[in-house]
Write a protein that binds this ligand. Structure first.
Ligand SMILES: Cc1cc2nc3c(=O)[nH]c(=O)nc-3n(C[C@H](O)[C@H](O)[C@H](O)COP(=O)(O)OP(=O)(O)OC[C@H]3O[C@@H](n4cnc5c(N)ncnc54)[C@H](O)[C@@H]3O)c2cc1C
Length: 491
C-alpha cells in the first residue's frame, strides 16, 4: 500500500517508520528543506541551536519507540541526566536549584515550607500512579469514543488519575508556598494552559520532571531527530523535502492523489502530521472538513513564543543549563497569555544554555543561549516589538549574571508568531499545538481519524495525546496503528 505522510516532525517520523516496517511504501513530504519540524536546528559559525525542544523528559517513551525497532537511545546518542535539573530564579541572588536526587528535593521543599517533604512524597506517588496508568495504557488510546474508557478498570483509573478535576486545586491542596507552587506549575503553564483549566492528571508531568529527572541528548535534540530519521530510512521510508503539499484530490470519500509543488501523486492513504487546522482548512474541500473555522477559533491553543537564539563569545558563569526567570508575577503573565491575549507587561522567560553540558554546541570559550518568552498565539510580532522584549529580557539576564553580555553577542536571531506561521503553517503561530485543558483532553480533542474522509488520519500536537515531543511520538504510533487497523478491516 502506498502511504503519504505530510510533515517530518516527530509525529510524522514516528508514524512513517512504523508503517514502512509493516511493508508499506511510505513517502514523507516536508515543506521545509530539512527534517524535524519544530525540532529542527540552526547551525552557524560553530553554534548549533535547537530551534524548539530542549527538555528531554519521559525517556521511557523514547525508549519504548526505539525498542519497537530493536534499538535503544544509546545506539544514537548519549543521554545525560542534568544535576541540577533546572533553576528557578526569583531575584538576583535568590534562586532554587531543583536537584536530580528526589530525597534532596524533599529536604529542599521542607526547608521552604514545613511539612512539605511528606506532602511532596504523597503528591509524587500519586503522580507516578497517573504516569504509569496514563502513559502505559490510556495515552495510547486513539480517543475515538468514550467506549475506549469503558472497561471498569480504565474508568476507575480515569477517576483515580484525576482526568476530570483541576490541576490548580490539586496542587494547592498540597502546597501553600508560592515558590513551591511555581516549581510544580511551570510545565503546565509554559506548555499548556492556566492551571485552573488543566486536568489534575497532568501532575504526571511532575513525576517526569521531578522524579524521573531532566535529561539532555548530547549533541542536542537534532541528534534525536537524526535517530528517528535513521530508523525511518532503515525501514524504507522515502523523504521528500521542500515539498509543500497544497491540496488533496478525492474520489468518493477517499483521497486518491495529493498535490505537492504542483504535481499530482497517487496515494492509498494519508497521515497528516502537519498542524490539523492547516490540513483541514487548506488542503481539503469544504464539504470534507470535520471542523469549521468557528471550531478552531473557540479552541484554547497552547502559547506561541518569542525566541532569541544567541551566540555569546565568552563564558557566562552564573547560568546553568535550564534557567527559569520567575522574578515577576506568574499569575499576571499567565492571564496575559491565556485570557487577555496581549503582549505581557512583565514577562517570565526561560534561558537555555546547553553549552554548559555540551561543548559541541558552541565554539570553545563561547556560550549557546536560547531565550524563550511564552506569549499568546495570534499577536502581531513586528521587529520593533520583538526588540523591545529583547531589551527587557537582556536587562534582567545581565543584571542576574552580573555582567553586560550584550557586546559579546556574535549571533542573534529572533523567532516568533509569524515565523511559526510561515515555517510550519501553524494556526495563529502556535508553538505547542492545542492546550491540554479540561475540555480538550482525550476524546475531546480533534479526532485522529477524519470523520468524512476514509483514508485520512491525523497525528501531531493538535490531536491525541497532546503537545510535547513524547506525546508527538506516541501520536504517530497511534495514527499508524489506526491506519493499519482500518485497512485490514477492509481487506
Ligand atoms: C520553541 C519550542 C520549544 C519546545 N520545547 C519542548 C521541550 O522542551 N520538550 C518537549 O518535549 N517538547 C517541546 N516542544 C514541543 C515539541 O517540539 C512539539 O510538540 C513536537 O516537536 C511537535 O511535533 P509534530 O510532529 O506534532 O509537529 P511539527 O514538528 O510541527 O511537524 C509538522 C511538520 O509539517 C510540516 N508541514 C506543514 N504544512 C505542510 C504542508 N502543507 N506540506 C508539507 N509539510 C508541511 C512542517 O513544516 C513541519 O515540519 C517545544 C516546541 C517549541 C516550538
Amino acid at each position: 500500500m502506498s502511504i503519504s505522510v505530510i510533515g517530518s516532525g516527530f509525529s510524522g517520523l514516528s508514524a512513517s517508520a512504523l508503517l514502512a516496517a509493516k511493508g508499506n511504501t511510505v513517502t514523507v513530504y516536508e515543506k521545509n528543506d530539512t527534517i524535524g519540524g519544530r525540532a529542527r536546528t540552526i547551525q552557524s559559525n560553530g553554534f548549533v541551536f535547537d530551534m524548539g525542544p530542549s527538555w528531554y523528559w519521559m525517556p521511557d517513551v523514547f525508549e519504548r519507540y526505539y525498542n519497537l525497532f530493536d534499538r535503544t537511545a544509546a545506539d544514537f546518542y548519549e543521554l545525560k541526566k542534568l544535576n541540577p535539573g533546572f533553576r528557578v530564579i526569583f531575584g538576583v541572588n535568590d534562586y532554587i536549584d531543583v536537584p536530580e536526587d528526589f530525597d534532596q528535593l524533599c529536604s529542599l521543599f521542607e526547608s521552604i515550607e514545613k511539612g512539605s517533604a511528606e506532602k511532596l512524597k504523597k503528591f509524587i506517588t500519586q503522580a507516578e500512579y497517573k504516569y504509569k496508568v496514563g502513559m502505559a495504557d490510556m495515552v495510547y488510546l486513539p480517543g475515538h469514543s468514550i467506549k475506549e474508557f469503558m472497561s471498569i478498570s480504565l474508568l476507575k483509573d480515569a477517576i483515580n488519575i484525576q482526568l476530570f478535576s483541576s490541576f490548580k486545586k490539586h496542587v494547592r491542596s498540597y502546597f501553600k508556598n508560592p515558590r513551591l507552587i511555581a516549581i510544580i506549575e511551570f510545565p503546565v503553564l509554559f506548555l499548556g494552559a492556566m492551571p485552573k483549566d488543566t486536568p489534575a492528571l497532568y501532575s504526571l508531568m511532575n513525576y517526569a520532571g521531578l522524579k524521573q529527572g531532566t535529561f539532555y541528548p548530547m549533541g542536542g535534540f537534532g541528534k534525536v531527530v537524526e535517530a528517528f530519521k535513521k530508523i525511518a530510512i532503515d525501514s524504507g521510508v522515502i523523504f521528500k523535502t521542500s515539498e509543500n503539499v497544497e491540496r488533496f484530490q478525492l474520489q468518493n470519500r477517499s483521497i486518491s492523489h495529493i498535490i505537492s509543488n504542483g504535481k499530482s501523486i497517487e496515494t492509498n492513504a494519508v497521515i497528516a502530521s502537519a498542524d490539523y487546522q492547516h490540513i483541514e482548512s487548506k488542503l481539503l474541500p469544504k464539504e470534507f472538513r470535520s471542523y469549521d473555522d468557528s471550531y478552531w477559533n473557540k479552541k484554547t491553543f497552547a502559547p506561541s513564543c518569542l525566541i532569541y537564539y544567541l551566540g555569546v563569545n565568552k563564558k557566562v558563569d552564573k547560568l546553568i543549563h535550564h534557567n527559569l526567570f520567575f522574578d515577576e508575577n506568574i499569575e499576571e503573565h499567565a492571564k496575559e497569555i491565556y485570557k487577555d491575549k496581549k503582549w505581557p507587561k512583565k514577562p517570565l522567560f526561560y534561558v537555555c544554555c546547553p553549552s554548559k553540558t555540551d561543548p559541541s554546541v558552541a565554539p570553545e570559550g563561547s556560550e549557546n543561549l536560547f531565550l524563550l518568552m511564552p506569549i499568546s498565539p495570534g499577536l502581531q510580532d513586528e521587529e520593533e516589538t520583538r526588540e523591545s522584549y529583547y531589551t527587557i529580557m537582556m536587562d534582567r539576564l545581565c543584571k542576574y549574571v552580573g555582567e553586560d553580555i550584550r557586546s559579546n553577542i556574535v549571533y542573534k536571531k529572533s523567532y516568533s508568531v509569524s515565523n511559526f506561521i510561515n515555517d510550519y503553517n501553524a494556526y495563529k503561530g502556535n508553538a505547542y499545538g492545542l492546550a491540554n485543558t479540561l475540555s480538550q483532553t482525550a476524546i475531546l480533542k480533534p479526532k485522529m481519524k477524519s470523520k468524512k474522509v476514509d483514508n485520512l488520519f491525523f497525528a501531531g500536537q493538535l490531536t491525541v495525546p497532546g503537545p510535547g515531543v513524547p506525546p508527538s511520538i506516541i501520536s504517530g504510533q497511534i495514527a499508524a496503528t489506526e491506519l493499519m487497523k482500518s485497512f485490514k478491516s477492509k481487506i
